[in-house]
Design a protein around this ligand. Sequence first.
Ligand code: ASP
Length: 328
Amino acid sequence: MINRRKFILGTAFTSLFAYFGITYAKARKSLNPLVGAKKAFPIVISTWNHGLAANEAAWEIINGGGKAIDAVEAGVRIPEGDPKINSVGFGGYPDRDGKVTLDACIMDENGNCGSVSFLQNIKHPISVARMVMDETPHVMLSGAGALKFALDNGFKEEVLLTEKAKRAWENWLKTSKYAPIINQENHDTIGLLAIDKNGDISGACTTSGLSWKLHGRVGDSPIIGAGMYVDNDIGGAVATGMGEAVLKTLGTFLVVELMRNGSSPQAACEEAVKRIAAKQNAKDFQVGYAAINKSGNHGAYCIHKGFNYALHQNYKNVLVDSNYLMKD
Ligand code: ASP
C-alpha cells in the first residue's frame, strides 16, 4: 500500500515536474525566440563592397579572440582612411559648400554608445565616437565641440577633401542640382556589425553623408537607433541610404524590436523597408538594412536593386546582393 502510494505520488511529481519544465521552456522561448537556436558566430557583416576590406580587419580581431567592440571600430577605420571611397571619411564627397562633414556612431554589448556628428577635419570619426563612449558621460558630441574634444584628445586635424572629391564638387556646382543618387557608385555609408567568440554583439556606422547636402545637415548614421542599433540579448542592425527616411522611422531600432518580437533578421529588415515605402515616396531613394540576431543568423533588404553587403562567416568573406522591394 505504502509502496503503491509512493509510486503514485512519485509519478504525479514527475509529471508535474515535466509539465512545468516544458511550460517554462516554452515560455522562455516565446520571450526570447533565440533560446535554443543554432549558433552561427563569430560573424561580421557590413554594408556595400567596401565592407569586404572592413570585414577582414574586424575578423582578424575576433578570430584572435578579441572583442566585438574593438573589431567594429578597427573594421570601419579601413574605409574611413581610404581616399578612393567617396562616401566615408578621408576622400568623402563634401556638402554644397565644399566642406567634408562626418557622422559616426558605435555601440557595445552593454548598451554603451558614443557618437559624433557634423565633425570636420578628423579622418577617423569612429574613434572619436568610441572616445565619447569610453571617456565621457555623454553619448553624442557635435560640430565644433566634437572637433575640440578630438583635438584635446590627441586626434590630428587633416584636410579630408581630396583632389578627386574637389573636382566632383566643382563639377556639381555647374548645375547645383540636388537629386539623391540611389546607389552612389556602389559605395555609401559603412555600417558594420560583429559577434565575437564570446557571443557579444557590437556595431559601428560612419559616413560623410549625402554628397552636396546642406551645410550642417546630419543624417541617420550618427543617431543610435537610426543608422545603427545593437541589443546584446537580441541582435543588431545597420542602415544605409537616404538618412532622412531612416530617421523618420528609427529604422535600426525598429529592426531590432521586430527581432525581439520573433522576426528573423530577414523578415525584420523587410518589414522596416516596407514601413518606409508605406508612408514615404520611396520611388526615388534607396534605403538598405542589414541585421544579425544573437545566434549569428543574418538578413538584409532594401528598396531598390543595387544594395549589397559583405558577410564574413565560416572563414569566408563574400559580397551578397540584397533582395529588394521595388521590382519595377
Ligand atoms: N545614410 C547616409 C546619410 O543619409 C548616407 C548613405 O548611407 O549613403 O547620411
